[in-house]
Design a protein around this ligand. Structure first.
Ligand code: ZN
Length: 290
């Protein structure tokens, strides 16, 4: 009897939580940073899934049948645009979804890099605010009954992004102007550089995909000396001796990781967009400080 009551209680709990979940708007975001923004605006009125999750690379993502299913069940799909999700049109078609697709970068002017649009617009907090406005409007369009909640959540989150933008500007202002430059294999900080005035210089002759050779390192060392670059962020060098050589021969600091295209898991350094920007500015300022 006791077991039966237990089962009935369990069934009741499951029905109520299912009902509660039903009232929520099912949103699919293409990658982790967008999903975090949707969560902030949607709060407990949305159920958010990211196709490319934490630590994933959206540039080279290969969608799965489970992704098509997720999209088929979604009431709203949020993408970055600017060519970031090249795999999306086919996936969308395969899913048969009729859900509206919101392009979070709508209203942002794309940077052009080598004849392509640079998709990494979220790296400027000013752009992130435009993302949030687009997400808010899209949520209101699919769930007008929750408009007041979405507006209030967006307003609170936009205030946090304003504070974040100020925080980054203040941190950069403390770096001597001549030191506001790094060598980095990341091609993702163009919008950040434009917005905040830290130059990201690509290492000469090094591809972002492969480990630099000893000869590449010699070239980087010359580049650092000639351009008087105070810090390097070279994440695809796994051999610590090469990094030590750069530091020893140039006096440049070797910075830690910068997060560009994805958040980390809950326990990582950048589980949210705001955490990610804070982590990056901390890494940059500690490498560039006098
Ligand atoms: Zn990227």
């Amino acid at each position: 009897m006791r077991r039966l009551i237990g089962l009935i209680c369990l069934a009741l709990v499951m029905t109520t939580s299912a009902a509660r979940a039903e009232g929520r708007v099912n949103v699919v975001a293409s990658f982790s940073i967008l999903a975090d923004m949707v969560r902030n605006v949607g709060g407990n009125r949305v159920e958010v899934a990211a196709l490319v999750g934490p630590d994933g690379d959206a540039h080279v993502y290969a969608p799965t049948p489970a992704d098509a299913k997720k999209i088929a069940d979604a009431r709203l799909l949020v993408v970055n645009g600017f060519g970031f999700e090249g795999w999306m049109p086919r996936l969308l078609q395969a899913s048969g979804s009729k859900a509206p697709v919101t392009v979070a970068t709508r209203g942002i002017t794309a940077r052009q890099v080598g004849g392509h649009e640079d998709p990494h617009a979220w790296q400027s907090a000013v752009n992130a605010k435009i993302y949030v406005g687009n997400i808010r409007d899209a949520l209101i369009a699919v769930a007008p009954g929750d408009a007041a909640v979405f507006r209030a959540n967006a307003e609170a989150y936009l205030a946090k992004l304003d504070a974040l933008d100020r925080e980054v500007r203040e941190a950069v202002a403390k770096i001597p102007e001549a030191r506001r430059k790094v060598i980095s294999t990341h091609g993702a900080f163009g919008y950040f550089a434009d917005a905040y005035g830290i130059k990201f210089i690509a290492p000469l002759g090094v591809s972002t995909d492969s480990e630099p050779s000893a000869r590449d390192i010699a070239e980087i060392i010359t580049q650092i000396r000639v351009a008087k670059i105070p810090a390097v962020f070279l994440e695809n060098i796994s051999d610590p001796r090469l990094i030590e050589r750069i530091a020893a021969e140039t006096g440049a600091k070797v910075g830690g990781s910068l997060y560009s295209d994805s958040l980390t898991g809950e326990k990582g350094d950048a589980p949210t967009y705001i955490d990610m920007v804070r982590h990056n500015i901390k890494a940059l300022t500690s490498a560039l400080a006098d």
